[in-house]
Design a protein around this ligand. Structure first.
Ligand code: DLL
Length: 430
């Protein structure tokens, strides 16, 4: 793999500014953001008043903990445009979550918001090793989902050449990678695996492709999956994180030279980690739920938003901005199996450590006789795999590392549902 470390003089100065400088900027911006939300969004005025707190009470960054949280329910209750802080005609773009679990969450952006979004995504793409003029194959979905259009904005800001292919039509994805020879690909890790299968199906060697870096996000994935993808494509695999409520992709990004967690673009998004049960901030470096406050957003300011994503904060390395550890999973995706907490990423790690299995999997939960049961459906990675043996090995690996008893079924290649965007890891039949 080529060294893609960006030249230091190409970074935004704030990415490597001193902590004092970053925190001074954050404090100024946080004061503005709290006042902006309070004065322009009835929900925030009511919530702050009810908590007996006013934006003027913020003297230091730690005072933020006195302000109330914002939850997905708050956004739903204000559907569609009730959380906007500017007149509707100043909103230049609307995005929304898919709404598969209820009412969609609607977010908006002013011209300035779009410009900032472009800047943080450009920073992220540069941290992945992309430089002006490089060709980017953007396979995140275009539309209301923030992935496709968010990456596109950043690619424009970094002056890349973008192939806006979006998700789906996998044979065509492979053909265009072969014909156009992009340097980078932006895609969910699970869809990258579908593209990988298609390379093999077409008799092509993915390691011989032009790809030098894959920028993967929108769903949890493990370091074991990173090794698998890097090995299969002979390219770097880096993690990009974000959520529509905070802006979309580009909230935090892993640097290609360190691959040690994701630097949060702290000049725009202020992170906190709380205990999901008590709502109290945890000690520095402890695991908990990630909470974000936007510092510059005009159309849709967001104050102490509970992401439900579980991670921990770490000091900066390649940048002075703090890092978040790779997201283990969402609290909503945590399975409690006979008292043991399990995340799909843990199953992924076990799968990757088991010989003879492909990286595709789905978890099925059922309750045949009042006891919860988990079945892991996966696939053999070639015809010669002894499937019964591989199933036994994975079940043993899961028992040993997670401590739960599961049933494993190893199916024929192609039997596990493939994703074209975010993978559906859990099928709950209880
Ligand atoms: O998934 C934004 C995005 C697009 C990020 C493309 C990266 C690349 P939403 O659809 O609102 O936005 O979903 C946000 O997806 O709260 C996490 O649970 C999960 N997620 C996003 N990125 C990662 C990641 C986009 N790198 C939700 N690792 C978030 C783990 C991620 N989970």
């Amino acid at each position: 793999m080529k060294d893609l470390t960006p030249a230091p003089n190409t970074l935004d100065p704030i990415e490597i500014a001193s902590r004092d400088e970053i925190e001074a900027l954050q404090l100024d911006r946080m004061k503005w953001s709290l006042a902006h939300a309070y004065e322009n969004v009835p929900h925030y005025k009511a919530a702050f008043d009810a908590a007996g707190i006013h934006p003027d009470d913020l003297i230091s960054l730690s005072d933020l903990a006195k302000f109330p949280f914002t939850t997905k329910q708050d956004l739903r209750a204000n559907y569609p445009f009730g959380m906007f802080a500017v007149p509707r005609d100043q909103v230049k773009r609307i995005h929304a979550s898919s709404g598969t679990t209820g009412q969609p969450t609607v977010v908006g952006y002013t011209e300035n918001d779009l410009s900032h979004w472009g800047q943080v995504v450009a920073r992220s793409l540069r941290a992945a090793g992309m430089t002006p003029g490089d060709l980017l194959h953007n396979a995140y979905g275009y539309g209301l989902f923030t992935g496709g259009l968010g990456i596109h904005l950043g690619a424009d800001a970094l002056e890349l050449t973008t192939i806006p292919i979006s998700g789906g039509m996998t044979p065509r994805q492979v053909r265009l990678i072969e014909d156009f020879k992009p340097k980078g690909i932006t895609v969910t890790p699970s869809y990258a695996l579908s593209i990988l299968d298609e390379f093999t199906a077409q008799g092509l060697d993915p390691r011989a492709s032009s790809l030098e870096v894959g920028i993967f996000g929108a769903e949890p994935w493990t370091n074991a999956m990173r090794r698998e993808i890097e090995q299969a494509f002979d390219m770097h695999a880096v993690d990009i994180y974000g959520l529509s409520e905070v802006i979309g992709p580009g909230v935090s990004m892993e640097c290609v030279e360190t691959k040690d967690g994701l630097h949060i673009w702290e000049d725009h998004f202020f992170p906190e980690i709380i205990d999901p049960n008590t709502g109290e901030p945890v000690a520095e470096g402890e695991m908990g739920e990630l909470v974000f406050t936007s510092l510059t957003k005009e159309a849709f300011p967001i104050i102490r938003y509970r992401t439900r994503d579980l991670t921990r904060l770490l000091p900066g390395t390649a940048r002075t901005m703090r890092r978040m550890e790779k997201v283990t999973g969402r609290s909503d995706d945590m399975i409690i199996l006979r008292g043991v907490n399990v995340f799909p990423t843990q199953i992924e790690e076990c799968l990757m450590a088991t010989h003879g299995l492909a990286p595709h999997f789905q978890i099925e939960l059922s309750k045949p006789d009042r006891m919860d049961q988990m079945r892991v459906l996966c696939e053999a990675n070639d015809q010669n795999t002894d499937r019964a043996h591989a199933a036994q090995a994975l079940a043993a690996q899961i028992k040993q590392t997670i401590g739960i008893t599961v049933t494993v079924d190893v199916a024929d290649a192609g039997q596990v549902a493939r994703s074209q965007g975010k993978a559906v890891r859990i099928v709950d039949r209880r």
